[in-house]
Design a protein around this ligand. Structure first.
Ligand code: GSH
Length: 217
């Protein structure tokens, strides 16, 4: 275990950030969140040095790790549990349905970011954004229809999987910052309700961090 808390640069309202903090909570790793002050900043320093201006970034031993999936992988190592088969990372999933599900979850998470970065005043949305929303709905429908098969294909026994954590964060974020009704995805909603009971989920509930008053995002 690291002697001091790991530093995660992100936001408590960000679903990619929550993947990292929830995984840290699952592993019992103390973390501190450094809040990205301006989401539309062009300064990598605002994102922990992330050259592509994205969050989250993990800083450990002075070095950055970019992206939620990489951070989960690094956290398992920091917790002294690299190779523990009960911590299911994407490389431990060998079933095509579950692999496709993981891909669609990442795509849907990015689509949700695009939808949320549209200012209300910028509507009507561009054709590309409309396509993004259609793709998000398509991904959710696919995931809802195949949820049981997907979960059944994950390795067991397991404490936690990146797939389940990302799916919880995706669905919960769509409820936290709604872009359209979710009634068409009852299995995903039930899954998020159940996963949301985990202590790690309760400790990382979405909320807005204090931020400069002139930044509406
Ligand atoms: N591949 C990255 C994606 C991260 C991402 O898109 N994060 C969002 C926040 S939830 C972001 O940085 N949005 C700001 C932007 O896209 O400009 C990961 O897995 O962490």
């Amino acid at each position: 275990m690291p002697e001091s808390p790991v530093v995660i640069i992100g936001r408590s309202s960000s679903h990619f950030t929550r993947v990292a903090t929830l995984f840290a909570a699952e592993l019992g790793l103390p973390w501190t969140l450094e809040v990205v002050p301006r989401l539309l900043s062009h300064d990598p320093a605002d994102f922990g040095g992330h050259p592509a201006l994205k969050l989250p970034t993990l800083i450990t031993q002075g070095a950055p790790v970019y992206g939620a999936e990489n951070i989960c992988r690094k956290l398992t190592a920091l917790a002294g549990r690299a190779g523990d088969p009960t911590l299911v990372l994407p490389e431990h999933v060998h079933d095509d349905t579950a692999r496709n599900a993981q891909e669609l979850i990442w795509v849907a998470m990015s689509a949700q970011v695009s939808m949320r970065l549209l200012k209300p005043g910028e509507e009507p949305p561009t054709p590309y954004l409309l396509k993004t929303q259609a793709g998000l709905r398509g991904a959710l429908a696919w995931l809802d229809a195949r949820l049981d098969d997907t979960l059944a294909a994950l390795p067991t026994p397991r404490q936690v999987s990146v797939l389940e954590v990302t799916l919880l964060c995706l669905v919960d974020h769509l409820r936290f910052l709604p872009t359209f009704p979710l009634d068409a995805y009852p299995r995903l909603l039930a899954f998020a309700d159940a996963q949301g009971q985990r202590e790690s989920a309760q400790r990382t509930v979405f909320h807005f961090d204090p931020r400069p008053p002139r930044d509406p995002r």
